[in-house]
Design a protein around this ligand. Structure first.
Ligand SMILES: Cc1cc2nc3c(=O)[nH]c(=O)nc-3n(C[C@H](O)[C@H](O)[C@H](O)COP(=O)(O)OP(=O)(O)OC[C@H]3O[C@@H](n4cnc5c(N)ncnc54)[C@H](O)[C@@H]3O)c2cc1C
Length: 447
């Protein structure tokens, strides 16, 4: 598989870095940009550093569900939807059936989804952080972290060393900080140095995306194909997506994997077969810019915070295991973390307890349940057995309507309808089960 983690920028001489800042954010994807903007608006002195120059690409489906649109609104970026497609729900296909499930009419979330290429979205979010007062630097890769003396409250991060350039033109620079925010995405090298371990034995994703031309780029649905076959017509584990972008589509496919049931599938090859399969109905061009990457999911990391540092977005494995969405959780976690900084500054334990507790409270139940269901889906043959029940028959629209809502995590603790109550109750049971039977999963969001 391609390593989707891009090389550091090739800029000959990136702008110099300052010696110190109050809030140092490493990584300027949605998580880092949202943190930086919110922290800057709250009056903090913020430095937002990325190893790449912007605009930059990121392997992604580019899809934004109502939860993500809501998060964009919180991040002050709702205007980015102007001129973008309005996607009214999920069209689920497979096992001889097809169901269109509109987004639920939920007071807390809009009824609109959309899709925006990450090259555009991420650059725009970063621009907003800079407009809010954050200082920005690109072309600098964080390579090491320096710790201060351990105290009763824990060992604080003192500074981060960055590297730019290559060979004889390589330079390093160290930036001291009061708070460090790790928004490095999935490949999180600095986070690893601080003890953030991705628990790969738990369910995670492997996925590939591409861009295709089509005259149907303005289609108003997010399409998901739950039954994929390879070039020989053999059923493969995984699912496909087509996200209309207006002037084309993002077409991709992914599979869920665990140590017990690893996804033995070449997602790039599967993508090509999937595109072949869809070519006639969408009049698709050849898939271009095919890239693949891993998706950490469901908070499956061992540690997310220390006394003056915290992980957000993919670095904290904040991706929904049931639909592979992470942009919304990246934005939400960045915004929430920025809001907690004043409290952390006053507390002797800083972020060490408050951040994992916040993530557990906000996502613990839903992610535990979603991980459990996604793990079930890695069992060979299970989807083929239950898929026809959901996608065919008189109750298919109701079943898939509920599934679209739950897969998109469009449920809040205040919801009182039956579907939500069952889901919220099952989430609590799932966490209880994790605690009792799977102590190895206790470190999720732990210290
Ligand atoms: C194939 C695929 C399809 C997906 N489809 C969707 C989808 O349709 N919708 C959705 O919501 N989510 C989707 N996701 C998930 C989504 O892409 C991520 O959850 C999201 O990008 C997380 O944002 P982030 O800010 O945490 O990390 P990123 O967007 O990865 O940003 C991390 C940034 O950190 C920088 N960086 C990394 N290391 C360093 C370093 N050492 N020094 C300096 N800078 C550094 C990188 O250059 C990068 O800019 C998909 C993922 C994959 C792989």
């Amino acid at each position: 598989m391609n390593n989707s983690s891009p090389a550091p920028s090739q800029s000959p001489s990136p702008a110099p870095l300052p010696d110190r800042c109050e809030v140092l954010v490493v990584g300027a994807g949605p998580a880092g940009a949202a943190t930086a903007r919110a922290a800057a608006l709250a009056g903090h002195d913020v430095l937002l550093v990325d190893m790449q120059d912007f605009p930059r690409d990121k392997t992604c489906g580019d899809g934004l569900t109502p939860r993500a649109v809501h998060a964009l609104s919180r991040a002050g970026a709702l205007d980015l939807l102007d001129g973008r497609p309005t996607l009214g729900g999920l069209a689920l296909h497979g096992f001889g059936g097809s169901v269109h499930a509109p987004w639920p009419d939920h007071g807390a979330f809009p009824t609109r989804g959309t899709a925006i290429p990450r090259t555009t979205l991420d650059a725009a979010l970063r621009d907003r952080a800079l407009a809010a007062g954050a200082r920005g630097a690109t072309g600098w890769k964080a390579v090491s972290v320096q710790l201060g003396d351990a105290a009763a409250s824990g060992t604080p991060v003192e500074s981060v060393t960055f590297r730019a350039g290559h060979g004889a033109r390589q330079t390093t620079r160290t930036v001291a900080c009061r708070f460090l925010v790790l928004a490095e995405g999935v490949r999180s090298g600095i986070a690893r140095q601080l003890g953030v371990q991705w628990l790969r034995g738990l369910v995670h994703g492997v996925a590939a995306r591409s861009y295709c031309t089509t005259p149907f780029g303005a289609d108003p649905w997010i399409h998901s194909h739950l039954e994929l076959r390879d070039a020989d017509g053999v059923a493969q584990p995984g699912y496909g997506w087509i996200f209309p972008l207006g002037d084309g589509v993002n077409l991709g496919c992914g599979a869920l994997s665990t140590t017990r049931h690893p996804a033995k599938v070449n997602v790039k090859k599967l993508l090509v077969s999937y595109a072949d399969d869809q070519r006639d109905s969408w009049q698709l061009g050849t898939p271009e810019r095919v890239t693949s990457a891993l998706l950490p999911m469901g908070g499956a990391v061992s540690r997310v915070a220390g006394v003056n540092w915290a992980a957000v977005g993919d670095t904290a494995a904040l991706v929904n295991p049931l639909n592979g969405e992470g942009i919304d959780y990246a934005l939400e976690s960045g915004l929430d973390l920025a809001a907690l900084l004043p409290d952390a500054a006053r507390s002797p334990r800083g972020l060490a307890d408050v951040w994992p507790a916040h993530l557990r409270e906000r996502y613990g139940d839903a992610f535990s349940l979603a991980r459990r269901l996604a793990t079930l889906l890695t069992m060979p043959g299970l989807l083929a057995a239950v898929g026809p029940l959901g996608l065919r028959g008189p109750l298919a629209p109701q079943v898939m309507g509920a599934a679209a809502r739950l897969m998109g995590n469009l449920v809040t603790p205040e919801d009182r309808d039956l579907t939500a109550r069952v889901w919220l109750g099952a989430g609590k049971l799932s966490v209880g089960h994790d605690r009792f039977w799977h102590p190895e999963s206790r470190p999720l969001f732990g210290r």
